[in-house]
Ligand binder design. Structure first.
Ligand code: B12
Length: 215
Protein backbone atom coordinates (compact mmCIF):
# COMPACT_ATOMS: atom_id res chain seq x y z
CA UNK A 1 0.00 0.00 0.00
CA UNK A 2 1.22 3.50 -0.89
CA UNK A 3 1.11 5.09 2.57
CA UNK A 4 2.27 8.48 1.31
CA UNK A 5 -0.55 8.67 -1.24
CA UNK A 6 -3.07 7.60 1.42
CA UNK A 7 -1.86 10.22 3.89
CA UNK A 8 -1.85 12.98 1.28
CA UNK A 9 -5.39 12.10 0.22
CA UNK A 10 -6.59 11.91 3.84
CA UNK A 11 -5.16 15.36 4.58
CA UNK A 12 -7.29 16.83 1.79
CA UNK A 13 -10.36 15.02 3.10
CA UNK A 14 -9.74 16.03 6.71
CA UNK A 15 -9.67 19.67 5.59
CA UNK A 16 -12.78 19.13 3.46
CA UNK A 17 -10.75 20.27 0.48
CA UNK A 18 -13.00 18.83 -2.18
CA UNK A 19 -11.14 20.24 -5.19
CA UNK A 20 -7.69 19.04 -4.09
CA UNK A 21 -8.96 15.61 -3.03
CA UNK A 22 -10.64 15.02 -6.37
CA UNK A 23 -7.76 16.44 -8.42
CA UNK A 24 -5.21 14.38 -6.48
CA UNK A 25 -7.12 11.07 -6.72
CA UNK A 26 -7.73 11.47 -10.45
CA UNK A 27 -4.11 12.47 -11.08
CA UNK A 28 -2.92 9.19 -9.51
CA UNK A 29 -4.90 7.20 -12.08
CA UNK A 30 -4.26 9.56 -14.98
CA UNK A 31 -0.50 9.39 -14.44
CA UNK A 32 -0.78 5.59 -14.07
CA UNK A 33 0.74 5.72 -10.58
CA UNK A 34 -2.26 3.67 -9.48
CA UNK A 35 -4.80 1.51 -11.22
CA UNK A 36 -8.51 1.83 -10.45
CA UNK A 37 -8.64 -1.19 -8.14
CA UNK A 38 -5.75 0.09 -6.03
CA UNK A 39 -7.25 3.58 -5.81
CA UNK A 40 -10.59 2.18 -4.67
CA UNK A 41 -9.20 -0.42 -2.26
CA UNK A 42 -6.34 1.53 -0.71
CA UNK A 43 -7.67 5.09 -0.69
CA UNK A 44 -11.39 5.52 -1.36
CA UNK A 45 -12.89 2.60 0.61
CA UNK A 46 -10.82 3.09 3.80
CA UNK A 47 -11.42 6.85 3.72
CA UNK A 48 -15.09 6.07 4.39
CA UNK A 49 -14.99 2.77 6.26
CA UNK A 50 -12.49 4.18 8.79
CA UNK A 51 -14.26 7.54 9.01
CA UNK A 52 -14.13 8.93 12.53
CA UNK A 53 -15.35 12.32 13.52
CA UNK A 54 -13.07 14.07 15.98
CA UNK A 55 -15.76 16.52 17.10
CA UNK A 56 -18.38 15.82 19.80
CA UNK A 57 -21.17 17.69 18.03
CA UNK A 58 -23.17 14.96 16.28
CA UNK A 59 -24.77 17.35 13.79
CA UNK A 60 -21.38 18.48 12.55
CA UNK A 61 -20.22 14.87 12.25
CA UNK A 62 -23.19 13.93 10.10
CA UNK A 63 -22.55 16.90 7.85
CA UNK A 64 -18.85 15.93 7.58
CA UNK A 65 -19.74 12.34 6.71
CA UNK A 66 -22.14 13.49 3.99
CA UNK A 67 -19.55 15.84 2.53
CA UNK A 68 -16.88 13.16 2.46
CA UNK A 69 -19.27 10.68 0.83
CA UNK A 70 -20.10 13.24 -1.83
CA UNK A 71 -16.37 13.78 -2.59
CA UNK A 72 -15.82 10.03 -2.93
CA UNK A 73 -18.90 9.70 -5.14
CA UNK A 74 -17.61 12.43 -7.48
CA UNK A 75 -14.26 10.64 -7.75
CA UNK A 76 -16.01 7.35 -8.52
CA UNK A 77 -18.17 8.88 -11.25
CA UNK A 78 -15.12 10.64 -12.74
CA UNK A 79 -13.19 7.36 -12.74
CA UNK A 80 -15.70 5.66 -15.01
CA UNK A 81 -13.81 6.75 -18.13
CA UNK A 82 -10.66 5.08 -16.73
CA UNK A 83 -12.71 1.95 -15.99
CA UNK A 84 -13.73 1.84 -19.65
CA UNK A 85 -10.13 2.42 -20.75
CA UNK A 86 -8.71 -0.26 -18.43
CA UNK A 87 -11.36 -2.81 -19.43
CA UNK A 88 -10.95 -2.18 -23.18
CA UNK A 89 -8.54 -5.06 -23.73
CA UNK A 90 -10.25 -7.42 -21.31
CA UNK A 91 -11.98 -10.41 -22.90
CA UNK A 92 -15.75 -9.93 -22.37
CA UNK A 93 -17.32 -12.43 -19.98
CA UNK A 94 -20.49 -12.28 -22.09
CA UNK A 95 -22.79 -11.88 -19.06
CA UNK A 96 -25.05 -9.05 -17.98
CA UNK A 97 -25.23 -8.09 -14.34
CA UNK A 98 -27.26 -5.37 -12.63
CA UNK A 99 -26.00 -4.02 -9.32
CA UNK A 100 -28.25 -2.20 -6.83
CA UNK A 101 -29.07 -1.67 -3.22
CA UNK A 102 -32.54 -2.80 -2.05
CA UNK A 103 -35.33 -0.66 -0.55
CA UNK A 104 -34.25 1.27 2.57
CA UNK A 105 -30.55 0.74 1.86
CA UNK A 106 -28.93 4.13 1.20
CA UNK A 107 -25.31 3.00 1.43
CA UNK A 108 -24.34 2.87 -2.22
CA UNK A 109 -20.60 3.55 -2.48
CA UNK A 110 -19.74 -0.17 -2.17
CA UNK A 111 -22.30 -1.03 -4.86
CA UNK A 112 -20.88 1.56 -7.28
CA UNK A 113 -17.34 0.27 -6.67
CA UNK A 114 -18.45 -3.30 -7.22
CA UNK A 115 -20.12 -2.37 -10.52
CA UNK A 116 -16.78 -0.88 -11.66
CA UNK A 117 -14.84 -3.96 -10.51
CA UNK A 118 -17.24 -6.15 -12.50
CA UNK A 119 -16.78 -3.95 -15.60
CA UNK A 120 -13.01 -4.29 -15.21
CA UNK A 121 -13.46 -8.08 -15.17
CA UNK A 122 -15.30 -7.91 -18.51
CA UNK A 123 -18.94 -8.10 -17.33
CA UNK A 124 -21.65 -6.00 -18.95
CA UNK A 125 -22.32 -4.44 -15.53
CA UNK A 126 -24.73 -1.65 -14.68
CA UNK A 127 -25.39 0.06 -11.36
CA UNK A 128 -29.09 0.89 -11.30
CA UNK A 129 -29.35 2.73 -8.00
CA UNK A 130 -29.77 2.78 -4.23
CA UNK A 131 -32.96 2.21 -2.22
CA UNK A 132 -34.49 0.32 -5.15
CA UNK A 133 -38.06 -0.90 -4.54
CA UNK A 134 -38.94 -4.52 -5.29
CA UNK A 135 -41.29 -3.58 -8.15
CA UNK A 136 -38.54 -1.63 -9.91
CA UNK A 137 -36.04 -4.43 -9.50
CA UNK A 138 -38.49 -6.88 -11.04
CA UNK A 139 -39.29 -4.56 -13.93
CA UNK A 140 -35.56 -3.94 -14.56
CA UNK A 141 -35.03 -7.70 -14.77
CA UNK A 142 -37.99 -8.05 -17.16
CA UNK A 143 -36.73 -5.28 -19.46
CA UNK A 144 -33.00 -5.82 -19.25
CA UNK A 145 -32.84 -9.64 -18.98
CA UNK A 146 -29.62 -9.86 -16.96
CA UNK A 147 -27.83 -13.12 -16.18
CA UNK A 148 -27.15 -11.92 -12.62
CA UNK A 149 -28.60 -9.47 -10.11
CA UNK A 150 -26.19 -8.27 -7.42
CA UNK A 151 -27.58 -6.74 -4.24
CA UNK A 152 -25.37 -4.73 -1.91
CA UNK A 153 -26.61 -4.66 1.69
CA UNK A 154 -24.88 -2.74 4.48
CA UNK A 155 -27.39 -2.51 7.28
CA UNK A 156 -28.26 -5.92 8.78
CA UNK A 157 -31.87 -4.74 9.30
CA UNK A 158 -32.21 -4.73 5.53
CA UNK A 159 -31.71 -8.49 5.33
CA UNK A 160 -35.49 -8.86 5.83
CA UNK A 161 -36.34 -6.79 2.76
CA UNK A 162 -33.51 -8.49 0.87
CA UNK A 163 -35.15 -11.84 1.60
CA UNK A 164 -38.51 -10.61 0.26
CA UNK A 165 -36.86 -9.30 -2.92
CA UNK A 166 -34.66 -12.33 -3.56
CA UNK A 167 -37.60 -14.72 -2.96
CA UNK A 168 -39.62 -12.86 -5.61
CA UNK A 169 -36.72 -12.85 -8.08
CA UNK A 170 -36.40 -16.61 -7.63
CA UNK A 171 -40.17 -17.05 -8.04
CA UNK A 172 -40.61 -14.97 -11.21
CA UNK A 173 -37.15 -15.28 -12.78
CA UNK A 174 -35.66 -18.62 -11.69
CA UNK A 175 -33.07 -18.42 -14.48
CA UNK A 176 -31.52 -15.23 -13.03
CA UNK A 177 -28.70 -15.89 -10.60
CA UNK A 178 -28.55 -13.80 -7.44
CA UNK A 179 -25.35 -12.40 -5.95
CA UNK A 180 -25.26 -10.65 -2.58
CA UNK A 181 -22.49 -8.82 -0.73
CA UNK A 182 -21.80 -5.97 1.66
CA UNK A 183 -21.22 -5.41 5.34
CA UNK A 184 -24.58 -6.91 6.42
CA UNK A 185 -23.25 -10.35 5.50
CA UNK A 186 -20.37 -10.04 7.96
CA UNK A 187 -23.01 -10.60 10.65
CA UNK A 188 -23.49 -14.19 11.71
CA UNK A 189 -26.52 -15.92 10.25
CA UNK A 190 -27.29 -13.09 7.80
CA UNK A 191 -27.17 -15.27 4.72
CA UNK A 192 -28.83 -18.37 6.18
CA UNK A 193 -32.43 -17.38 5.41
CA UNK A 194 -31.70 -16.23 1.85
CA UNK A 195 -32.04 -18.26 -1.33
CA UNK A 196 -29.13 -16.80 -3.25
CA UNK A 197 -26.51 -18.25 -5.58
CA UNK A 198 -23.40 -16.36 -4.49
CA UNK A 199 -22.32 -14.48 -1.38
CA UNK A 200 -19.25 -12.45 -2.32
CA UNK A 201 -17.36 -9.76 -0.50
CA UNK A 202 -13.85 -8.92 -1.64
CA UNK A 203 -12.25 -8.05 -4.94
CA UNK A 204 -10.63 -11.49 -4.77
CA UNK A 205 -14.14 -13.07 -4.55
CA UNK A 206 -15.24 -11.04 -7.58
CA UNK A 207 -12.23 -12.18 -9.62
CA UNK A 208 -12.86 -15.81 -8.65
CA UNK A 209 -16.56 -15.47 -9.53
CA UNK A 210 -15.63 -13.95 -12.89
CA UNK A 211 -13.34 -16.88 -13.74
CA UNK A 212 -16.00 -19.37 -12.66
CA UNK A 213 -18.82 -17.92 -14.76
CA UNK A 214 -16.70 -17.22 -17.85
CA UNK A 215 -15.63 -20.82 -18.08
C1 B12 B 1 -21.08 6.89 4.26
C2 B12 B 1 -21.99 6.25 5.28
C3 B12 B 1 -23.33 6.61 5.26
C4 B12 B 1 -23.93 7.51 4.19
C5 B12 B 1 -24.12 6.68 2.90
C6 B12 B 1 -24.14 7.60 1.67
C7 B12 B 1 -24.08 6.87 0.37
N1 B12 B 1 -24.50 7.59 -0.65
O1 B12 B 1 -23.66 5.72 0.23
C8 B12 B 1 -25.28 7.94 4.86
C9 B12 B 1 -25.04 9.27 5.55
C10 B12 B 1 -26.49 8.04 3.95
C11 B12 B 1 -25.44 6.86 5.92
C12 B12 B 1 -26.65 6.64 6.56
C13 B12 B 1 -26.82 5.70 7.59
N2 B12 B 1 -25.86 4.97 8.17
CO1 B12 B 1 -24.04 4.84 7.48
N3 B12 B 1 -22.21 4.77 7.14
C14 B12 B 1 -21.48 5.32 6.22
C15 B12 B 1 -20.00 4.90 6.41
C16 B12 B 1 -19.24 6.06 7.10
C17 B12 B 1 -19.23 4.49 5.16
C18 B12 B 1 -19.91 3.40 4.28
C19 B12 B 1 -19.13 3.22 3.02
O2 B12 B 1 -19.48 3.77 1.98
N4 B12 B 1 -17.98 2.49 3.08
C20 B12 B 1 -17.08 2.32 1.94
C21 B12 B 1 -17.54 1.19 1.03
C22 B12 B 1 -16.61 1.07 -0.17
O3 B12 B 1 -17.45 0.00 1.79
P1 B12 B 1 -18.61 -1.11 1.80
O4 B12 B 1 -19.94 -0.48 1.68
O5 B12 B 1 -18.35 -2.00 2.93
O6 B12 B 1 -18.39 -1.91 0.42
C23 B12 B 1 -17.28 -2.76 0.21
C24 B12 B 1 -17.56 -4.22 0.62
O7 B12 B 1 -18.49 -4.34 1.67
C25 B12 B 1 -17.98 -4.89 -0.64
N5 B12 B 1 -19.38 -4.89 -1.05
C26 B12 B 1 -20.38 -4.04 -0.74
N6 B12 B 1 -21.50 -4.39 -1.40
C27 B12 B 1 -21.21 -5.45 -2.14
C28 B12 B 1 -22.00 -6.20 -3.03
C29 B12 B 1 -21.43 -7.26 -3.71
C30 B12 B 1 -22.29 -8.04 -4.66
C31 B12 B 1 -20.07 -7.59 -3.51
C32 B12 B 1 -19.44 -8.67 -4.27
C33 B12 B 1 -19.28 -6.86 -2.60
C34 B12 B 1 -19.86 -5.81 -1.94
O8 B12 B 1 -17.25 -4.22 -1.63
C35 B12 B 1 -17.08 -2.83 -1.29
C36 B12 B 1 -15.73 -2.39 -1.78
O9 B12 B 1 -14.71 -2.99 -1.07
C37 B12 B 1 -20.16 3.65 7.35
C38 B12 B 1 -18.96 3.35 8.25
C39 B12 B 1 -18.36 2.00 7.91
N7 B12 B 1 -17.62 1.44 8.84
O10 B12 B 1 -18.55 1.45 6.84
C40 B12 B 1 -21.47 3.97 8.10
C41 B12 B 1 -22.34 2.81 8.57
C42 B12 B 1 -22.41 1.74 7.50
N8 B12 B 1 -23.65 3.45 8.71
C43 B12 B 1 -24.33 3.02 9.73
C44 B12 B 1 -25.62 3.49 10.12
C45 B12 B 1 -26.16 2.96 11.44
C46 B12 B 1 -26.34 4.39 9.31
C47 B12 B 1 -27.74 4.95 9.59
C48 B12 B 1 -28.75 3.94 10.15
C49 B12 B 1 -27.56 6.18 10.51
C50 B12 B 1 -28.83 6.82 10.96
N9 B12 B 1 -29.09 6.66 12.25
O11 B12 B 1 -29.56 7.41 10.19
C51 B12 B 1 -28.16 5.47 8.20
C52 B12 B 1 -28.90 4.37 7.41
C53 B12 B 1 -29.37 4.87 6.08
C54 B12 B 1 -30.03 3.75 5.30
N10 B12 B 1 -31.33 3.66 5.37
O12 B12 B 1 -29.35 2.99 4.62
C55 B12 B 1 -23.56 1.95 10.50
C56 B12 B 1 -24.12 0.54 10.22
C57 B12 B 1 -24.11 -0.26 11.51
C58 B12 B 1 -24.67 -1.65 11.32
N11 B12 B 1 -25.85 -1.85 11.79
O13 B12 B 1 -24.00 -2.48 10.77
C59 B12 B 1 -22.08 2.21 10.01
C60 B12 B 1 -21.18 0.97 10.01
C61 B12 B 1 -21.51 3.31 10.95
C62 B12 B 1 -21.27 2.81 12.37
N12 B12 B 1 -20.05 2.47 12.71
O14 B12 B 1 -22.18 2.72 13.13
N13 B12 B 1 -24.29 6.22 6.17
Amino acid sequence: MDIKAYETFMQFLKHEDRDQAITYALSLVESKQMDIETLYQDLLAPSLSLFQCEIDDEDICIWKEHLRTSIIRTILESCYKFVLEESKDKKPVGKKIVVLTPSFEYHEIGAIMVSHYLRLEGFDAHYIGANTPKSEILSAIRAYEPDFVALSVTNPYNIVVTKQITDEIKKFFPEVKIVVGGQAFNHEGAKESLKVDYVLQSLYDIKKFSMEVSA
